[in-house]
Ligand binder design. Structure first.
Ligand code: GDP
Ligand code: MG
Length: 556
């Protein structure tokens, strides 16, 4: 296929603005899939994607399009729209020369519209603005065009108004892809060089990597090297994605497709890595960075007997996701488990949901934390405001864009939920990593009758210590049963107690109700009490049921 008749593009948008629906229409119009009701969000293959209506993994389809007597090969890369996956979006973008930037005609520009626009803009891609959902009663394409002009400096005449749902004007989108996006500048005479922009694990064939070929050619039997690890592999199979695999035995400069080369672990085909031929080494493509976990949480089996099952489920899922980090961990309260690192909160939730749905695992997930670098000196004493406003821009008379510098730990807990409820769902939110900042963090202990509980030590910001200490004490008070003596539940910083709850002494004896001589009933009650005790942990003389730890540690 001549490179000047190839177009590589992706669709970027804020979540729910219609990326996947437009992808379905493009697939139908080019004959890649049949027009049936069942073909909804064809590129969203995972169950969790279909349920949540979001895209988690980038998917690819090669489309053949006839335009003015010529046949074009259009490579469509569907990107995940959510911020947690923005690294994947940026790698997908670097495999393309242009993007369709979709904006909902009713909602207008949202946080991830802006974030995704900048990814494309910085990569110097052709940007085609598409206003979707013009069939909606409240659609206001005029207004959205003004926003696009104001915020992105793109002339309103360039906007294409469509309804992806009904197929209105979608033909114009295909034409614009051919007319406005330049062909890849890839020469078949250059040495072979390809970008890995996604990878999946297949039980029979090992890793299946999605690649964009930037130069040269590769065929079955070639020996290739992955730049990051420097390992050599033999190509077993390769071809186009239409969107199902279509083996062709070779791939050329400008094409996008899949490759199988005996890699055993997705960590061997990391997103952003470069592949080249063993006999023709080339410089790696710029911009590669191994995925970095930003949110950490403990995962434990509900019951230790389920440990092996959960372990194998976690192993299988991480085979497909090189961005999750796994470390063995154990907690006095929850037993043996793992500490997992994720790109963000949604990533964590999706992982957890997949564990439960695809592997039938039941898991206790602890409250997420973010990485800190501890510096033990007085300079931490600098008082820091938790959020610093950076700038503000009015998008139009009804919307404003504000930028703040925030500690990630403030964001992971409940910020997003709060923002949504305060704005009745109208506000949207996006974040990027601004690096480590000094902050006034302290270690907080929880004490039961004066004894520290190792499992519940936490790191908190000094300004939040009181409220979070109080909340932990309250949750503990509710989940520790009364005992024969009074129990003081305290939160302390060093030797200073900052919150306290009291669990009153238990007055009744379990046998109190069993007056008379029903000995079997007595035995039963005593046995039940003894069984209960096995699940208890003794802190000093206080018996703490396992559930109490779970209630305090678990995410709400
Ligand atoms: P994505 O998150 O950007 O991939 O968005 P989807 O393609 O999953 O679409 C989100 C929702 O918007 C779905 O319920 C679609 O049916 C709906 N939708 C997409 N395009 C249109 C459109 O042109 N008109 C209307 N009325 N709804 C649409
Ligand atoms: Mg989608």
């Amino acid at each position: 296929f001549p490179a000047d008749r190839i177009r590589n593009f992706c669709i970027i948008a804020h979540i729910d603005h219609g990326k996947s629906t437009l992808a379905d229409r493009l697939l139908e119009m080019t004959g890649a899939i049949a027009k049936t009701e069942k073909n909804k969000q064809v590129l969203d293959k995972l169950q969790v994607e279909r349920e949540r209506g979001i895209t988690v993994k980038a998917q690819t389809a090669s489309l053949f399009y006839n335009h003015e007597g010529q046949q074009y090969l259009l490579n469509l890369i569907d990107t995940p729209g959510h911020v947690d996956f923005s690294y994947e979006v940026s790698r997908s973008i670097s495999a393309c020369q242009g993007v369709l930037l979709i904006v909902d005609a009713n909602q207008g520009i949202q946080a991830q519209t802006v974030a995704n626009f900048y990814l494309a803009f910085e990569a110097q891609l052709a940007i085609i603005p598409v206003i979707n959902k013009i069939d909606l009663k409240n659609a206001d394409p005029e207004r959205v065009e003004s926003q696009i002009e104001k915020v992105f400096d793109i002339p309103r005449e360039e906007c294409i108004r469509i309804s992806a749902k009904l197929g209105t004007n979608v033909e114009n989108v295909l034409q614009a892809v051919v007319d406005r996006i330049p062909p890849p500048e890839a020469s078949i005479d250059d040495p072979f060089k390809a970008l890995v922009f996604d990878s999946n694990f297949d039980h029979y064939r090992g890793v299946v990597a999605n690649i964009a070929v930037f130069g040269g050619r590769v065929k079955k039997g070639d020996r290739i090297v992955s730049a990051y690890l420097g390992k050599t592999y033999e190509v077993n199979e390769l071809g186009l994605l239409r969107p199902d695999e279509h083996s062709t035995g070779k791939l050329f400069a400008g094409q996008v497709g899949y490759i199988v080369a005996g890699m055993k672990d997705v960590k061997e085909a990391q997103i952003g890595d470069t592949l080249y031929l063993q006999e023709q080494p080339v410089e790696a493509l710029p911009g590669f960075k191994p995925a970095k976990a930003m949110v950490f949480a403990g995962m434990y089996p509900m019951d230790q007997s389920e440990y092996q099952g959960l372990r194998s489920a976690i192993e299988k899922l991480t085979l497909n996701d090189s961005s999750v980090t796994v470390q063995r961990d154990s907690s006095l309260a929850l037993g043996a488990g793992w500490r997992l690192g994720f790109l963000g909160l949604l990533h964590m939730e999706v992982f957890n949901q997949r564990l439960e749905q695809e592997y039938n695992a039941s898991v206790i997930v602890t409250a997420p934390t973010v990485p800190y670098k501890a510096v033990l000196s007085s300079a931490k004493l600098i008082k820091n405001r938790r959020a610093v406003q950076k700038n503000m821009l009015y998008i139009d008379d009804q919307r404003v864009m504000m930028k703040y510098l925030f500690p990630l730990n403030e964001v992971v807990v409940d910020f997003y939920d709060l923002l949504k409820s305060l704005s009745s769902g109208y506000a949207s939110f996006d974040y990027e990593n601004a690096g480590y900042q000094a902050a006034d963090l302290i270690k907080m202990d929880i004490l039961l009758n004066g004894r520290p509980v190792e499992e519940l030590i936490t790191i908190v910001h000094r300004d939040r210590a009181y409220s979070s200490g109080k909340a932990m004490c309250e949750r503990l008070k509710d989940s520790i049963p009364r005992q024969m003596f009074e129990i003081a539940v305290q939160a302390a910083i060093g030797s200073k107690v900052i919150a306290r709850e009291t669990i009153k002494a238990y007055k009744k004896n379990v046998l109190a109700k069993c007056y008379g001589g029903d000995i079997t009933r007595k035995m039963k009650l005593l046995k039940k009490q003894a069984e209960g005790k096995k699940k208890m942990r003794l802190i000093g003389s206080v018996e703490v049921p396992k559930d109490a730890f779970i209630n305090v540690l678990k995410r709400k």
